[in-house]
Design a protein around this ligand. Structure first.
Ligand code: CAO
Length: 457
């Protein structure tokens, strides 16, 4: 005897019309209680919605791109009578947060902080009816994956663990990705976290890998500013909170060196103005950024170390050319990625840059828009300044800062001639790139911008 259970989206706080960014199951798939069904993503958080029933997926009620809100149907699960279901699906007793499938989960669990799940009243299926419409709603509990898409972060590998175990690990400062769970498919239980902590306590400190080894800093100064005058306290938004921790990590963990240079873009600017004079025809306004991105392709081909990531004692050299660029938005700094720049022309790159920058400012970047970057370009040329020291966007090994072009007298053939010079500030990871290599790279890059025909060679 089987029954159909409608798994629906629970209360996810103030979020409405949240986008489905991933559907992890297909009709016919077997699912267990707590297996993830879909991922939803708002501008504030990503969350997984797990199944509340053991059984077989009978029907998908959503697809990628759909917008869902509390109560939206997600899937219909065909359950064997007597098969496992979370307490949310059972008429009695009142639901606890998680099913009792493992000792660590048997107790009532606190709700995840970002997405409180309000269990819906449990409804029994209509007797005698087996169609999806008659299915009993079973409200799923969403699990926050991350509070925001992280600029150019590698794809998130999310360990299997309940929110309570995650909370427990968080409280102890344990990184769940370091633990191999003893549950099914590596699921991590509270006991696994405890074992991990015990083992770590026994390991000599020198063998451990703390997030910032060797940093023995004094406490941050605590000052009562009100003693000195009027103040206003403004909470950091999500993007600034993420930037704060990422930038701090990158700054302390990567030995940065910044190499400065100037590229002669006199001819390039003349060409760009010519293109833009035809802008209505081309339909796109080309800025220097598009040429900078395009010229990076031959530069990275010539100097592959700049298209790499450091992993332990290995250098991962990438054969693809996906370039990130910093975009200044009202919410803070975001870093969208243009993929396959080597396969695109300057007009296409310019159009895509503008579209991505617009999406970033509207808070509409999709996860794919911010992943896979090889190197970042940070252009402050439209604003001003002569040079700056950009911070590398880990796990990349270099970031190219671009400042405002200015006319400068350049000594040529026995006389000063006015040339349009583009200031470049290249920060690089000195563990991967030697100073001489960086100087060669930036010099070569300058020759490409001075004569873009070289980029075609
Ligand atoms: N020198 C002089 N003028 C420049 C220039 C340069 N290097 N680069 C761009 N400009 C001009 C453009 O041509 C454009 O002029 P018009 O309006 O006359 O056409 C104007 O400046 C504005 O350009 P833009 O900013 O709209 O476009 P862009 O392609 O140059 O840059 C983007 C796009 C998204 C990178 C930019 O808008 C931005 O957000 N920059 C800030 C990045 C940032 O915050 N970096 C710091 C991060 S910490 O490292």
């Amino acid at each position: 005897m089987s029954k159909l259970v409608n798994v629906t989206l629970p209360d996810i706080g103030d979020f409405h019309d949240v986008e489905v960014v991933e559907v992890m199951v297909r009709p016919g798939d077997k699912v267990r209680v707590d297996d993830s069904l879909i991922t939803i993503e708002s501008d504030k958080a990503s969350m997984e919605v797990p199944s509340t029933a053991d059984g077989v997926i009978k029907e998908l009620k959503v697809k990628v791109g759909d917008k869902v809100s509390e109560g939206s149907a997600i899937v219909v699960v065909e359950m064997d009578e007597g098969a496992g279901a979370s307490e949310e699906t059972a008429p009695k007793p009142p639901p606890t947060a998680f099913p009792a499938r493992a000792p660590a989960q048997a107790q009532a669990q606190p709700r995840p902080a970002l997405a409180p799940a309000a269990p819906a009243p449990a409804l029994a299926p209509s007797p005698g009816r087996s169609d999806a419409a008659a299915a009993a709603p079973a409200t799923a509990k969403v699990i926050p994956i991350q509070s925001a898409p992280q600029p150019s972060e590698p794809p998130i590998v999310r360990p299997h663990a309940s929110p309570a175990v995650r909370k427990f690990a968080r409280e102890l400062g344990v990184d769940l990705t370091q633990i191999h769970g003893t549950g099914l498919s590596g699921r991590i239980f509270r006991s696994d976290v405890e074992q991990f902590v015990k083992a770590a306590m026994k390991t000599p400190r020198t063998e451990q890998h703390p997030a910032a080894p060797g940093l023995d800093l004094i406490a941050w100064p605590k000052v009562d500013f009100t003693r000195f005058g009027e103040i206003e306290t403004r909470p950091l938004n999500r993007i600034r909170r993420l930037s704060k921790t990422n930038l701090a990590r990158n700054w302390v963990m990567i030995p940065h060196v910044t190499q400065f240079d100037e590229a002669d873009v006199t001819e390039l600017e003349a060409f760009r103005n010519e293109i833009n004079a035809k802008a209505p025809k081309n339909g796109v306004r080309v800025t220097l950024l598009a040429f900078v991105l395009k010229a990076l392709v031959p530069a990275l081909k010539e100097f592959p170390e700049f298209n790499s990531s450091l992993e332990g004692d290995h250098l991962i050299l990438k054969k693809y050319f996906h370039f990130a660029f910093a975009a200044d938005t009202p919410e803070g700094l975001l870093v969208p990625v243009i993929h396959d720049v080597d396969k695109k022309g300057v007009l296409e790159i310019a159009a895509e840059t503008a579209a991505l920058a617009a999406r970033a400012r509207e808070g509409k970047l999709r996860p794919a828009d911010i992943q896979g970057g090889c190197i970042t370009v940070s252009s402050l040329g439209g604003i001003g300044g002569t040079a700056f020291t950009p911070i590398i966007n880990a796990p990349e090994v270099a970031v190219l800062g671009v400042s405002r072009v200015t006319h400068k007298p350049v000594w040529r053939d026995g006389a000063f001639v006015p040339r349009l010079m583009l200031p470049l500030s290249l920060s690089y990871d000195h563990r991967v790139i030697d100073g001489a290599l960086a100087a060669r790279f930036i010099t070569y890059f300058g020759t490409l911008l001075a004569d873009m025909r070289r980029a075609l060679l």
